[in-house]
Design a binder for this molecule. Structure first.
Ligand code: AMP
Ligand code: MG
Length: 297
């Protein structure tokens, strides 16, 4: 329990104890993919249902290819272009290498190579690591070691930097050419690299895509204009500002939700309608929608 260094983290993982790790997206709670007992501990620490599959983290494309069947050109092109980075690729799994504890009932596996030197060092020492975000199920994802220490007091946490992107990776289903979860890398960027049309997720039912994820403890009210907010001013609330830079807004979203939660009042925020059309806001809007309890256009 508590903060540990890299050597201790490797030791813990080899012993089958999950370790929380810093990444550029959010902090993850990791365990070796070949240790079912360690994987089960991830679900119990997070109170996460076994039906919600985990992302496998690798340190190279060749490590990823050893876990999937018939990866295909698109998988390789995207991995070469975006890895290490915030893009998770979904492909057919090799069932001999990837257990159903990781993928739930699916015959596919979600794989990412994170852009975090210290996490990559762990993977190089221990092998592929499965890691969901290091928070209690459905609650706000952690972007700092202290968030994990506060929320999962029984977890070991590898000392590291604050997450620079602040929201979870983009998840792309290679076979169905579909973004299952929006993130910092947009469908347009993927489409440009592959030179083909890429869709967002509307038609595909992804496990773990519940509407009420990333929720602060307080009610979160989102207003798309000052006018709609004004008609609710009578409620005693705190006002959480959103900067007009989508990258910065994403980077600070979870920290802001945590800070405003501490004020013990409903949180009000204005998410400007004019920004919605721009693809750079899709991931932020997705997280804000799931975090919110009320949304007024
Ligand atoms: P987290 O790491 O907590 O952000 O959650 C991982 C998410 O990845 C899950 O909730 C799923 O939505 C998604 N995921 C993991 N494996 C798969 C898969 N094989 N196919 C589709 N989505 C997946
Ligand atoms: Mg999560």
């Amino acid at each position: 329990m508590g903060l540990i260094n890299k050597k201790e983290a490797i030791q813990k993982l080899l012993e089958g104890t999950p370790v929380a790790v810093p990444t550029e997206t959010v902090y993850g709670l990791s365990a070796p993919i070949n240790n079912n007992d360690a994987l089960k501990k991830i679900f119990s620490i997070k109170q996460r249902p076994l039906s919600d599959p985990l992302i496998v983290h690798v340190s190279s494309l060749s490590m990823a290819l050893s876990l999937v069947l018939n990866a295909g050109d698109d998988f390789k092109i995207l991995a070469e272009h975006f890895w290490p980075g915030p893009l998770t690729l979904v492909a057919k799994k090799d069932s001999k290498k990837v257990s159903s504890l990781i993928t739930s009932s699916l015959n596919t596996v979600a794989i990412r190579c994170p852009n975090s030197k210290i996490f990559l060092d762990l993977i190089k020492s221990v092998g592929p690591l499965a890691a969901p975000s290091a928070n209690l199920f459905k609650q706000v994802s952690p972007t700092k070691a202290e968030h994990v220490l506060n929320e999962l007091p029984e977890a070991f946490v590898l000392k590291g930097e604050t997450s620079t992107l602040g929201i979870e990776s983009t998840i792309y289903d290679v076979k169905n050419q579909t973004v299952l979860r929006p993130g910092s890398i947009t469908a347009a960027e993927i489409s440009k690299i592959l030179n083909k049309k890429v869709n967002y997720f509307e038609h595909i039912n992804t496990p773990g895509s519940e509407k009420d994820h990333y929720q602060p403890k307080q009610k979160l009210w989102v207003f798309e204009s000052l006018k709609t907010l004004n008609s609710h001013q009578h409620i005693d609330h705190s006002l959480m500002p959103i900067t007009n830079d989508s990258k910065k807004a994403s980077e600070h979203l979870y920290q802001n939700l945590r800070d405003f939660d501490l004020q013990n009042k409903p949180i009000f925020t204005i998410f400007d309608k004019a920004w919605h059309k721009d693809e750079s806001w899709i991931a932020f809007k997705n997280r804000l929608e799931k975090a919110s309890t009320h949304w007024h256009s």
